[in-house]
Design a protein around this ligand. Sequence first.
Ligand code: NDP
Length: 399
Amino acid sequence: MTGPRNVAVLGATGSIGRSTLDVIARHPHRFRAFALTAHSRSDELFELCVAHRPALAVLADEAQARVLRGRVAASGLPTEVLAGAQGLIAAAEHPEVACVMAAIVGAAGLAPTLAAARAGKKLLLANKEALVMAGPIFMAAVRTSGATLLPIDSEHNAIFQCLPERARGGVAGCGVRKIVLTGSGGPFRTRPLAGLAHVTPAEACAHPTWSMGRKISVDSATMMNKALEIIEAHWLFGAPASAIEILVHPQSVVHSMVEYADGSVIAQLGNPDMRTPIAQALAYPDRVDAGVASLDLARLAALTFEAPDFDRFRALALAYDVLAAGGTAPAIFNAANEVAVGAFLAGELAFPRITEVIEATLERVGADAVGRLEDVIEADARARSAAGVALGRAIVRTA
Ligand code: NDP
């Protein structure tokens, strides 16, 4: 038998990163944490180096990487420490790495995630923003290199499991009527709209069913997360926007479903714990213990579903507009959201203004065709600058 598969965990100090390391640690004969990366939290990454003894650790922040290098050397750990954007890419495409968990949050993950795709790795995609921004380039890289792309988002992982193998790269001609992405509706699903102007970052991050990083938690509260997932599903499964539907399911037990031409609906269920999709993808095509408790449907007793409120969650309607516009529109959509969420988390922007900033940015920055990665990077930069202007106006109006 061969040794454990080397895994690079990009975004190791985050919510998905730590869940991934938990699953890896349960199966030392199957998986080895070979490379761990983070942005700037050197104390957290050092602790993970002590626990997992990786061959490589990377911090995007150069100064913090020097701090980490000093501590690693003083501790006698067998870990090489790299720094900066090039260090992240080196971890993603390292020849000894078989599998990459792409779990950096936001556009910052695009370059290393794409590097893993181009290097033909088994690529576990949590960083949906990378695919949303650069869908055609990303999918072309996967096809050219022969990378195995496995979705980690619980919804897309569920769809992956509900589709027959031949439909996973594209559902056309496979009898799929529609893909139904479920979403909890977040913490403000039923809160009166008038009360949303004063919600705090802590309230927005207190998701009712999932424990996640701060940015995706705010995205869940605006349902921008589901909006990004519509675009993600389009690229992952080659599904037209008209065949992708959203269904609100507050319990987060049915993770998503596929409806077929004959009327059959196949769903994937499980407790809301990201270790399930992570373990499914890490071990694929095998199944391994993820440390997740059995689903007790008798105790849950009732699962409920409702149509999404497109007026309350404007981001959902915008996602379909963005898909119709194509080209760089998804990159602009994503960048505007990152700017607005950053301002909300910093206490500078009122919660309902997040979607307003996104909409104003989409109106201001026209979408162009995507030919090269530079087109995406340029659109991202233009959108961030326009979102900054929209942000300024929104803050002045609120004051
Ligand atoms: P977290 O905020 O918890 O973690 C983010 C990770 O990315 C940290 O390791 C952070 O390092 C690193 N990071 C942040 N900025 C940079 C940067 N500029 N360069 C390099 N590394 C960076 O995020 P989550 O784990 O919640 O989410 C990660 C991704 O997974 C997102 O794309 C999210 O949409 C997706 N996802 C998350 C789910 C969840 O349950 N959390 C569910 C489904 C998808 P540091 O600690 O040093 O800041």
